[in-house]
Design a protein around this ligand. Structure first.
Ligand code: NAI
Length: 265
C-alpha cells in the first residue's frame, strides 16, 4: 500500500534536491507520479538534476527553485512559488546539508554556516511549510534528514553534531505539535541515514566504499519505513544503538573526556 501522501499528482518539495539523497528521493517521488520541486543553492546542479528528472516525469511535473534554506525569506519564496505552480505541498523533505568540518574553537562564521544550513534550514522549512500544509487538510509528510552524529555526537566536527542534534530535537517537537493539532493528518519523521556514498561523503573517492549505501537504497528504505509509520527512520547499517550504549559506558567510566582537568573544589 503506498503511503497516502506519496501518490500520483501529490506534490513533493525536496531541499538539497539537486544531488545525493535528495535527488534520489525526487526521482522516486517522480516515478510514483508525484509533482516534484527540487530546491537547492547550487543552480548548476539543479539544471543537471532537472534533466535527470525529465527522464522519469513529464516536464509539467518538475520544478526547480534556487533556495538558500538558511534564510527564512528564501524558504518563504519557495513555499509561495510551489503553491502558485502546483497548488500546495503534500510532502516536504528538509534535506539540504553541508559538512565542511569544524573544530570547537574554530571560526565562528563556519559554525554559523553549518548550523544555519543544517539546523535553521530544517526549522525554516518546517515552520514555513507546515502552516500551509495543515490548511490544505490532506495527508502529508515532513521528513527531516538528521544524522547519527546528532545522536551519538562522536568526537570531531562538533558544529555538525550540534546542528544534527538540533534537527532531532526540533523534529520530535514538530511531531508532538502535529499530533496535537486538530484534524491534522501530517506527520513528521526523522531520517537517520547510515553511510551513504554522495558528494558529501565521497572525499575524492570515485568508487562506492564497501558497506556504504547508495542514495537510492536509502530512499527505498525510507519510503518503506514511512509506509510502516516509523517516526525514526534509522537506516540499518547504522550503529546508533550500540554507539549509544558504548557512550553511556564511557561516560560512566569517566573516559569520554580525555585529559579532564581536575574538578574544582
Ligand atoms: P549532497 O552534498 O549530495 O547533497 C546536499 C545538497 O544540499 C547539495 O545539493 C547542496 O547543494 C545542497 N545545499 C547545501 N547548502 C544548501 C543551502 N544553503 N540551501 C539549499 N541547498 C543547499 O549530500 P547528501 O549526502 O545527499 O546529504 C543530504 C543530507 O543527508 C544532508 O543533510 C546530510 O547531512 C545528510 N546525511 C548524509 C549522510 C551520508 O552518508 N551521505 C549521512 C547522514 C546524514
Amino acid at each position: 500500500m503506498p503511503h497516502p501522501a506519496i501518490i500520483k499528482d501529490n506534490v513533493a518539495v525536496i531541499t538539497g534536491g539537486a544531488s545525493g539523497i535528495g535527488l534520489a528521493a525526487a526521482m522516486a517521488f517522480a516515478r510514483a507520479g508525484m509533482k516534484v520541486c527540487i530546491a537547492d543553492v547550487d543552480q548548476g546542479r539543479l539544471a543537471e538534476a532537472a534533466t535527470k528528472l525529465s527522464s522519469v516525469a513529464p516536464a509539467t511535473n518538475v520544478m526547480t527553485f534556487a533556495v538558500d534554506v538558511s534564510k527564512a525569506e528564501s524558504v518563504a519564496e519557495l513555499e509561495r512559488a510551489v503553491r502558485e505552480r502546483f497548488g500546495g505541498t503534500d510532502v516536504l523533505m528538509n534535506n539540504a546539508g553541508i559538512q565542511p568540518g569544524s573544530t570547537l574553537f574554530g571560526e565562528r562564521d563556519n559554525w554559523q554556516r553549518i548550523i544555519g544550513v543544517n539546523m535553521w534550514g530544517v526549522i525554516n522549512g518546517s515552520r514555513i511549510f507546515a502552516t500551509s500544509m495543515i490548511a490544505r487538510g490532506r495527508a502529508g509528510l515532513v521528513i527531516n534528514t538528521g544524522s547519527k552524529q546528532g545522536i551519538t555526537t562522536p568526537p570531531g566536527d562538533p558544529a555538525y553534531n550540534v546542528s544534527k542534534a538540533g534537527v532531532k530535537a526540533f523534529t520530535e517537537a514538530l511531531q508532538h505539535e502535529l499530533r496535537h493539532t486538530k484534524d491534522c493528518r501530517i506527520s513528521a519523521h526523522l531520517l537517520i541515514p547510515g553511510f551513504v556514498f554522495t558528494g558529501l561523503t565521497a572525499k575524492g573517492r570515485t568508487e562506492k566504499p564497501a558497506g556504504a549505501w547508495t542514495p537510492e537504497q536509502t530512499v527505498d528504505f525510507m519510503i518503506a519505513r514511512l509506509e510502516a509509520g516509523d517516526f525514526y527512520i534509522l537506516c540499518p547499517d547504522n550503529d546508533v544503538p550500540r554507539a549509544l550504549d558504548e557512550k553511556r559506558m564511557l561516560w560512566a567510566a569517566g573516559d569520554i573526556i580525555e585529559n579532564r582537568p581536575p574538578l574544582s573544589r
